[in-house]
Design a protein around this ligand. Structure first.
Ligand SMILES: *Cc1c(COP(=O)(O)O)cnc(C)c1O
Length: 412
């Protein structure tokens, strides 16, 4: 049996060759190039099976035991299992697993705690804040009054002194901690202290590190934050989706903020797939995986530093690395294109001084493939070789193909 049931079943190939070809083409792309996008991973065959299941057919507005549709008795069990597994995995009193995405989870957290026009303190977008942390192009920037803190231009670490002074000055209703570019652990206890001092809610947007938290390789924000928002598809390796974790006292507000305030029917196939992923994340194998992700990132960061990249914060505590490639003669935007042509797929990202010419890499996907420290050194040399023009694009593509050929994400 193949790992991609929908393709293996041959049903799609027979009925819709055009789409079958697209799906197989993407599978081939993922299997022959190097996936270094920090937000991506390879979810398991079991997760994909749940996603491709007939639970996708079921309408289920509401919550288990209180649905607006009939016939929910089976999917209710799936959602209860997902909730119980999430609570156990993260030590939370309450979990909502219906959020369709990380952004939907953040929207629901704001809806649970804030009113339009409220002041919110979050990491500024030029320093790694997410769109939902006050971008003018996003609902958050339109409906709330965001104040942005930054990172220390020298160390690249959150400027905690500035967080405190801005909190005292602006008295925000909520403080958001979480980043798309921070390679270091966040000091949740310190954020909690500042939030308490000014009477603000603390929202931890742990979309990136939550998978490391599950594997015991990063600090857990649950004991500190009023609400933790997360994705389920990054290091956590589940289906694309979101979730919220909170204490019992906010449970009802959070649930109502998801449904009916910001969403309609729950996606039961995705919720079942989240349950599968939480089950996987509770195993010793996942704990080992999470620690290997970090070990790999540390070796990759050191390798990149050795090749002349400026590594933000001097290294990493997580799956994520950000670098300035300028010493190699190219900025992040040009570098991303050159590297993509060579089969090395990664993102641009903000750098500590606030421009977006950095490169962001992550080790979640390559570690799932089974790569270890040795391969990380090879990858660092490949990245530098391409950008310095030591290795031409065609040869780099071949080298990438050879490397990933030994670690198929979906064997068979
Ligand atoms: C990825 C991410 C999100 C959004 O997740 P989506 O599923 O893409 O909506 C939100 N916040 C942070 C910090 C993220 O890294």
């Amino acid at each position: 049996m193949s790992v991609v049931p929908v393709i293996e079943a041959d049903v799609l190939r027979r009925q819709d060759p055009e789409l079958a070809e697209i799906l197989l083409g993407e599978l081939a792309r993922q299997s022959t190039t190097l996936q270094l996008i920090a937000a991506e991973n390879f979810s398991s065959p079991a997760v994909l099976a749940a996603l491709g299941s007939p639970l996708a057919n079921k309408y289920a507005e509401g919550y288990p035991g209180a649905r607006h549709h009939g016939g929910c008795e089976i999917v209710d069990v799936a959602e209860r299992v997902a909730v119980e597994r999430a609570k156990a995995l993260f030590g939370a009193e309450h979990a909502n697993v219906q959020a369709h995405s990380g952004s939907s989870a953040v929207l629901a957290a704001y809806a649970a705690l804030l009113r339009p026009g409220d002041t919110v303190l979050a990491l500024g977008l030029p320093y790694g804040g997410h769109l939902t942390h006050g971008s003018p192009a996003n609902f958050s920037g339109r409906w709330f009054d965001f104040v942005g803190y930054g990172v220390d231009a020298e160390t690249g670490i959150v400027d905690y002194a500035q967080v405190r002074s801005l909190a005292r000055l602006h008295r925000p209703k909520a403080i958001v901690c979480g980043s798309i570019a921070c390679p270091r652990h966040i000091d949740y206890a310190l954020f909690r202290e500042v939030a308490d001092e000014v009477g603000a809610y603390l929202i931890a947007d742990a979309a990136h590190p939550i998978g490391l938290v599950a594997g015991g390789a990063a600090p857990n924000p649950v004991p500190y934050a009023d609400i933790v928002c997360a994705t389920t598809h990054k290091v956590l390796r589940g289906p694309r989706g979101g979730m919220l974790l909170c204490g019992s006292e906010l449970a009802e507000r959070v649930d109502r903020a998801v449904f009916p305030f910001t969403q309609g029917g729950a996606q039961m196939h995705t919720i079942a797939a989240k349950a599968v992923a939480f089950g996987e994340a509770a195993t010793p194998a996942f704990t080992a995986y999470a620690h290997q992700v970090v070990a790999n990132a540390r070796v990759l960061a050191a390798g990149l530093a050795g090749e002349g990249f400026v590594v933000t914060t001097g290294g990493t505590d997580t799956h994520l690395i950000t670098v300035d490639p300028l010493p190699l003669g190219v900025d992040g935007r040009a570098a991303r294109g050159q590297l993509a042509a060579a089969g090395l797929v990664l993102d641009c990202c903000p750098l500590p001084h606030g421009d977006s010419r950095g490169l962001r890499l992550g080790t979640a996907a390559v570690t799932t493939q089974g790569m270890g420290e040795g391969e990380m050194a090879t990858i660092a040399a490949l990245l530098a070789g391409v950008l310095r023009g030591r290795v031409d694009t065609r040869r780099a593509r071949d080298e990438v193909r050879d490397l990933v050929g030994g670690f198929p994400p979906y064997p068979g």
